[in-house]
Ligand binder design. Structure first.
Ligand SMILES: Nc1ncnc2c1ncn2[C@@H]1O[C@H](COP(=O)(O)OP(=O)(O)OP(=O)(O)O)[C@@H](O)[C@H]1O
Ligand SMILES: [Mg+2]
Length: 260
């Protein structure tokens, strides 16, 4: 049921039968998901549906209990965040996006700081800030003029910008944004949605989690709905109006609720 891609391309990321337990809570009950290069997935679902859990598994922040993950057709084990980064997966988590007490430059290079070749084992701070400026400017972000600013002074939208800068600099293939538009102003939401569109232009795939269907609808190629740990909808956006999708989501979620 996977549309025009199926015969021509290998998915960038393919998940098969992913299960995750937290003690007695069966948080993910056999999730399958395919994501293609440059594709924007709008991941939606009620509180506790399993959205963050699924993306944390992809990002190496937590381990799955069973199931398979394929990257460009090759089976992989993502054991930690570094494994995910090496593959080209970049994440902004709901609750742990960036390190607030560090500055912009350090956040961009977090875990991948360049070393100073003259003085061994020392980080090359000059190079880091120079590169940070370059990439932020290129992205048209105001933060470029002061990469030594601590991240805690930035707005939500500006923080997202840092994640995008990271993705660009390290040539990520997949960016995961967990509720990036939550609590943002109208202008902030616009900025994030424009960022997501710019990822697409650069052929970077994105999983965009949100509770607001209208935000997801504007930028996503595909809408994926989780409910109580199961995927209950996976459709190309182009086939539906936002109102139609709204109705389908309500109907599907209600059905799922009474069946358990
Ligand atoms: N670290 C954890 N320990 C125990 N249970 C957890 C943990 N993380 C998630 N869960 C449980 O797993 C289920 C899925 O949670 P998850 O955070 O993935 O939902 P979500 O779809 O992201 O919800 P929200 O929209 O509220 O962010 C929930 O029942 C939640 O209580
Ligand atoms: Mg969540």
């Amino acid at each position: 049921m996977n549309y025009e891609h199926e015969l021509t391309e290998v998915p960038l990321l393919k998940l098969r039968n992913i299960h995750k337990y937290f003690g007695k809570v069966h948080a993910l009950k056999g999730i399958d998901l395919d994501i293609y290069e440059g594709e924007i997935i709008g991941l939606i679902g009620d509180n506790g549906a399993g959205k963050s859990t699924l993306t944390k598994i992809i990002a190496g922040a937590i381990r799955k209990d069973s199931g398979e993950i394929y990257w460009n057709g090759r089976k992989v084990e993502i054991k930690n965040v570094n494994d995910a980064r090496r593959l080209g997966i970049e994440v902004a988590f709901q609750e742990m996006t960036l390190i607030d007490s560090l500055d912009i430059g350090l956040n961009i290079f977090l875990g991948r700081e360049p070393l100073n070749h003259k003085i061994r084992f020392l980080l090359d701070y000059n190079k880091m800030y120079e590169e940070a400026r370059r990439i932020l400017k290129q992205l048209g972000l105001r933060t470029w003029n002061n990469p030594k600013r601590e991240v805690r002074f930035l707005s939500g939208g500006e923080k997202q910008g840092i994640v995008v800068a990271r993705a660009m600099l390290f040539q990520s293939k997949l960016v995961i944004l967990d509720e990036p538009t939550r609590n943002l102003s109208v202008a902030g939401v616009r900025m994030v949605l424009d960022f997501i569109k710019s990822l697409k232009e650069k052929k970077i795939a994105c999983i965009f989690i949100s509770h607001t269907l209208h935000h997801v609808y504007e930028v996503a190629d595909r809408i994926v709905l989780l409910s109580l740990g199961r995927k209950i909808l996976d459709v190309p956006k182009s086939q539906y109006t936002v109102e139609e999708l709204e109705n389908i989501i309500i109907e599907k979620t209600m059905k799922q609720d009474v069946s358990v």
